[in-house]
Design a binder for this molecule. Structure first.
Ligand SMILES: Nc1ncnc2c1ncn2[C@@H]1O[C@H](COP(=O)(O)OP(=O)(O)OP(=O)(O)O)[C@@H](O)[C@H]1O
Length: 254
């Protein structure tokens, strides 16, 4: 009998090239990365280093030019509910209210109505939007919209949550609140999270591992474990030491 794969994700020697106006752009070159179930991994690096491209390939929205991406030992194909994406611009359906946005996936997959209702309520409650269940996206703040987007991915039974600068458009206070909420949800659900950010502090606050990337062509230049105890304190001297460490690694870019 074949052994169970150890990793939820195995990214092996992945290169991605794009043709753009007759030129070839190497968005990502020879990237390899293995991720365990339940890990919180941050991808950090300056603009254009291939963070979104890597995330989109894990999501199944792009295919690699070379190399392979596996989930539980099987090649990643089309996008699927097991890999939920959360974007900076929310991606909600404006014509559906909060509950209908959250319940959309399970309903579309033909789950019985009672189960859809129960799942919807559980995740709307989990992200603290019970009072706004009937509200439409235009009636919500940015932070609330991002909570809906997170609840929607959770209701879809995602095993891996792919987050592309999800809090980048939010003010500092909302961002801090959502960081804490996401960490609580992650600890409770043991999801695997891959989180793209520009912000060193955000990465140190949240990640088990920080994968540092550099541009031109996009490459993984470091992959380091963050061993600070949780909850983490940005005023802690050890936190500061790591901040300086990653800032010097990112060099002139930060
Ligand atoms: N569909 C595409 N066609 C052509 N070039 C692309 C395409 N998608 C990405 N690229 C190029 O690939 C490189 C990496 O882009 P990517 O969006 O992955 O970087 P990023 O690190 O996520 O950047 P940012 O932090 O600005 O979002 C860039 O040079 C970009 O212009």
């Amino acid at each position: 009998m074949a052994a169970e794969p150890l990793n939820i994700l195995d990214i092996t020697h992945v290169t991605k090239r794009f043709d753009f106006q007759g030129q070839q752009i190497v968005a990502l070159e020879d990237a390899s990365l293995s991720i365990r179930k339940g890990e919180f991994v941050c991808l950090i690096g300056p603009s254009g280093c291939g963070k979104s491209t890597l995330l989109r390939m894990i999501g199944g929205f792009e295919t690699p030019s070379e190399g392979k991406l596996d989930m539980w030992g099987k090649p990643i194909g089309e996008p699927g509910p097991d890999r939920g994406m959360v974007f900076q611009d929310y991606g909600l359906f404006p014509w559906l209210n909060v509950s209908k946005n959250v319940g959309f996936g399970p309903a579309a997959r033909g789950r019985p109505a009672a189960e859809v209702a129960e799942t919807t309520k559980r995740f709307v409650d989990m992200v603290g939007l019970t009072r706004f269940a009937e509200a439409y996206p235009h009636q919500l703040s940015g932070g609330m919209k991002q909570r809906v987007a997170i609840a929607r991915v959770l209701a879809n039974e995602a095993e891996v949550v792919l987050m592309d600068e999800p809090f980048g458009a939010l003010d500092a206070m909302t961002r801090e609140n959502l960081q804490q909420e996401l960490l609580e949800i992650w600890e409770r659900t043991k999801l695997t999270v891959i989180f793209v950010t520009h912000a060193i502090e955000e990465a140190i606050l949240m990640a088990d591992r920080i994968v540092v990337m550099s541009p031109g062509p996009g490459r993984i230049v470091a992959d380091e474990r963050v061993d600070l105890p949780r909850p983490r304190d940005p005023t802690d001297p050890d936190f500061n030491k790591l901040r300086r460490h990653f800032a010097s690694m990112l060099g002139g870019h930060h």
